[in-house]
Design a protein around this ligand. Sequence first.
Ligand SMILES: Cc1cc2nc3c(=O)[nH]c(=O)nc-3n(C[C@H](O)[C@H](O)[C@H](O)COP(=O)(O)O)c2cc1C
Length: 203
Amino acid sequence: MKLLHLDSSILGDSSASRQLTREIVDTLRASEANLQVSYRDLVANPIPHIAGSTLAANGTPAELRSPAQQVEAAESDNTMNDFMAADVLVIGAPMYNFSIPTQLKAWIDRVVVAGKTFKYGANGPEGLAGGKKVIIVSTAGGKHAGGPTGVGHEDLLMTVFRFIGITDITIVRAQGLAMGPESRDAAFADARATITEAVGTTA
Ligand SMILES: Cc1cc2nc3c(=O)[nH]c(=O)nc-3n(C[C@H](O)[C@H](O)[C@H](O)COP(=O)(O)O)c2cc1C
């Protein structure tokens, strides 16, 4: 089984989502002898934001690409290949200004691609990336899930993954992290309970 682990928090060692994604991956490692994990830290090793030049590079036949286009297209191809190869994705998704980190959006822009992960058919959009399991660690200083201030965060991620055909989505939520020590402890306890339910006892 192949697992792709992505982190997008800018808060380094004090990041809640990095702590929780690590616990999920460690738990899965302990229970799956054949787990192959690939890791991308989207902050330390960022994916450039998509631009017109990205689309031009991707749309140019390989043998006609300039050196700069080869670099652009390789980033797109590698990101897409790592995504398509994965059976399970564990994604750290903090809320920054009511949305996901820009580094995570840059990754989404490389994997939501017409003709590869979705297409438009007679009945509308059709996801082509089904069969994967996605575990999203949703962290926030306040509490937003299910409310109007959460639509650019968890709801956006659900929309994106469903659009490309993924239905097995677990949200590991730790929200209210900035609302005092008791709220922070409760948020971690809730998140760990979800991890235990979804993937087993935390490692
Ligand atoms: C730049 C920035 C923007 C933030 N914006 C929000 C926000 O809009 N709503 C909120 O509830 N918390 C916000 N927070 C708090 C984070 O969601 C909180 O610190 C959480 O722990 C982030 O997850 P992380 O620790 O994995 O980075 C923000 C934090 C930062 C650094």
